[in-house]
Design a binder for this molecule. Structure first.
Ligand SMILES: C[S@@+](CC[C@H](N)C(=O)[O-])C[C@H]1O[C@@H](n2cnc3c(N)ncnc32)[C@H](O)[C@@H]1O
Length: 250
């Protein structure tokens, strides 16, 4: 048996022991939780909203569906899903409790608390029985997970037969010149904004580094198929700055 403590992985551009990564990731998101929503709007110029809406357009939520929103943070995806479905339920699971605390406040303000559960947990070991959910989403979460393949395997396990997976994540631009321009923006501007607005340069340095370490569209598509999903496809958003991956438990 492999001892996970002896294996290494990346935390941004740093190499760390696998058993250290989740704690470091929690440190980042605990530190940014209270400023997370505003920072998303500032860093992306509001574009993350367009990507999340594109995710909903492809997902086409239906009344009565049961969603599991993993790495759901402050609940952005769940709120959108429930509004589009009209009637349904979402379980928001996240490893960082302070992100969920911010989400709960939003749910109370929007009088949506009855349609939501908030669960602290790890995407790699979901505390749910097999065949439970109609839809599984993970938005800007999977690149932070220590072993993404295990998270995808868990997604497959907890979805009902006929259930749908949808992943929204930063990805790679196929054009090298555009990738260079995007890198210049993300490495020079985002950590500075993090310092100015959230008083936390290191967390935003991690965020941009973790984006560069995440597999490209085709490699990730292979991982979705490896987990067992059928009819797996992806769509680029903003020329590949982000991508949506979709799959079905057939
Ligand atoms: C960038 S935020 C995304 C939040 C939200 N889904 C959105 O799109 O705005 C990433 C979230 O992933 C969570 N996360 C990281 N690793 C995780 C893991 N192994 N299991 C569950 N959640 C995790 C973090 O705590 C954080 O809240």
């Amino acid at each position: 048996m492999t001892d996970k403590a002896d294996n290494t992985t990346h935390f941004g551009f740093e190499t760390v022991r696998e058993d250290e990564k989740a704690g470091r990731v929690q440190g980042v998101f605990s530190s940014v939780a209270s400023k997370y929503d505003i920072m998303n709007d500032v860093m992306s110029g509001g574009v993350h909203r367009i990507w999340k809406d594109a995710m909903m357009d492809w997902l086409a939520p239906r009344p009565g569906q049961r969603l599991l929103d993993v790495a759901g943070g402050t609940g952005d995806i769940s709120f959108r899903f429930l509004k589009r479905a009209g009637r349904g339920h979402s379980t928001v699971l996240d490893i960082t409790e302070s992100m969920l605390v911010e989400g709960r406040k939003r749910a109370e303000a929007a009088q949506m608390s009855d349609s939501l559960d908030w669960v602290v947990g790890d995407a790699m070991a979901l505390p749910f029985e097999a065949n439970t959910f109609d839809v599984y989403t993970i938005s800007f979460g999977i690149r932070n997970v220590t072993r993404p393949q295990e998270a995808l395997n868990e997604a497959y396990r907890v979805l009902k037969p006929g259930g749908r997976l949808m992943v929204l994540e930063f990805s790679q631009l196929p054009n090298p010149m555009m990738q260079a321009a995007y890198d210049a923006y993300s490495f020079n501007v985002i950590p500075r904004m993090g310092q100015m607005i959230a008083g936390d340069r290191d967390s935003y340095q991690y965020l941009v580094e973790s984006i560069r370490k995440f597999p490209d569209q085709e490699t990730f598509l292979g991982m979705v198929r490896e987990a067992g999903f059928g009819n797996a496809k992806y769509r680029n958003l903003t020329m590949g700055v982000a991508a949506l991956h979709s799959g079905w438990k057939l």
